[in-house]
Design a protein around this ligand. Sequence first.
Ligand SMILES: [Zn+2]
Length: 219
Amino acid sequence: MLSCPKCQVTIRGSKTCCPLCGGRVQGEPEPSPFPLIVPKKVNPFTVLRLSTFICIAAEIILLTVHYLTDFDNHWLTFSMICTGLVWLDISMTVNYRRNLIKMLSLQAYFVCAAAVFIDIYSGYRGWSIAWLIPLGLTAISIATVCIGKGLKMLLEEYIIFLAVDMLLSFLQMIPILLDLNPFKLPAVLSMAFLLICGIAAVIFFRKDLASAASKLFNI
Ligand SMILES: [Zn+2]
């Protein structure tokens, strides 16, 4: 075992100098009693930094190509916004990676919003509102329950995400009322499905809902 002649202490592990006085140690080093933690080579924030760089570089390249070749302006703006959306999505994934349900829910809302944007920008055909949003919201609410059950989470930990899914699904009323939805059946079915789930939550899981709400709003 190592020891410091100055401080009169024994030192475990293999140190080259005394942790107290910084002086020379004597004796034979022994294997460290603490497990060695190897730092992860790929840190999520490294991924984020890298993707930030790639996205900014892509934006600059797009602008340069546009300047040099007199590109179609419509296409340029569209690809620049898409690059920004990809970056936002990556940063969201990195920031919320520890909460799978939160991450997937935010991803789903984000994809829905981005799809509406792409749909409008690429000459509105309504596929986002007719298909992607109703299927997306239904799928994410089913996935939320499956993940919650799979990870043995308490219902009050994820019921709020189901409530948000339901509330967001009612926004589908707006394009229906404005007659912007070319095929209403999926939207109507998804609203009905989530409404039934919501009523079931209020009737059978009132306590979980109240507990989740009080945590969310700090009541
Ligand atoms: Zn010492």
